[in-house]
Design a protein around this ligand. Sequence first.
Ligand code: NDP
Ligand code: A1CAB
Length: 266
Amino acid sequence: MGTVAIFGAGVMGETLLSGLLRGGRSADDLVITERRAERAAELTEKYGVRALENVEAAKVADTLVLVVKPQDIRGLLAEIRDHVAQDNLVVCIAAGITTGTVETALADGRAVVRVMPNTPALVDQGMAAVSAGRHVSPAQLEEAKALLAATGKVAEVPEYLQDAVTAISGSGPAYIFYVVEAMIEAGVVLGMPRTMATELVVQTLYGAATMMRETGQHPTVLREQVTSPGGTTAAALRELDDHKVRAAFITAMEAAAKRSAELSGA
Ligand SMILES: NC(=O)C1=CN([C@@H]2O[C@H](COP(=O)(O)OP(=O)(O)OC[C@H]3O[C@@H](n4cnc5c(N)ncnc54)[C@H](OP(=O)(O)O)[C@@H]3O)[C@@H](O)[C@H]2O)C=CC1
Ligand SMILES: O=C(O)[C@@H]1CCC=N1
C-alpha cells in the first residue's frame, strides 16, 4: 500500500487516519492535507503525521484517499490531476461521487475505488461498502478493502447500490443517535434524571445490537419476544405505528438516497 495520503482530514478523514494508526500503520507512511493550517497543525501534533499541500501529497502518495465534501471534490481533482500516477490507487469517499466522475477528472486509466464508510469506524465498528471503477485490478480492490478493514467491516457492492448504502449505513448512525436522543428525552419526561436515562438507553441499544449480531435472529422475532400480549411494549408499539414511524424511516432514507444521487452533480 506504500504511502497513504488523506486529502481532507475533517471528521471522516481523521476517523480513517486514527484507524490506520490503530491498525498498526506507521505515521511515517501517512500524510494528510487540510485547507486550514491550524487544523493541519492540530493533526500533526496529535498523530505525528506529515501535513502537505495537495500537490505535494499526490506526488508522494501510492494510495490517495479523497475525503473532502462532494462540493469540493472537483476542485481537488483538478489540482492533483497531473500528479496521480498510473500505478496509484485513488479511493474516493465523497457521498454521491461516482467512480466515473473521478476517472473522467483524472488522466486515462487511473484506478478508482468508491467507498462509503461511517463514523463508528472511530471505534473500529465501521461499516464500509466498496465499488471498483473500470481500471481497478483485483489486487488494488483488495488493497482498498484492507484500508477500510482497519476500522470495521467491509462489503463489496455494485456501484448502482451506493446511494442506498449511503442512506443506510453512511447516514445510519445519525438516525440511531436521533432515536437515542428521543428515548432519553422521554425518560426525562417520565421523571428520570438525564444521566440515568442516558445510561439505560445506551446500554439498551448496545444490548439489542449485540443480540441481533450474536443470535442471528431476525429483528421481528426479537421484537416479538419483548412484546407480551396486552403488555407495555404492545402499547408503545401501537403508538409508533399510529404515528407512522416505520413509514417515516422509509421516506427519510429515500430522501437520503435521492440527495446522494443529486450530489453526483455537486
Ligand atoms: N461524516 C460522515 O459520517 C461521513 C462522511 N462521508 C464523506 O466524507 C467526506 C468528508 O465528510 P466530513 O469528514 O464529514 O466533512 P468535513 O467537512 O468534516 O471534512 C472535510 C475536510 O476537508 C477539508 N477540505 C476541503 N477542501 C479541501 C481541499 N481542496 N484540500 C484539502 N482539504 C480540503 C475541509 O476543510 P474546511 O473545513 O476548511 O472546508 C474539511 O476539514 C464527504 O464527502 C462525505 O460525503 C462519508 C461517509 C460518512
Ligand atoms: O451527510 C452526509 O452527506 C455524509 C454522507 C454520509 C454521512 N454523512
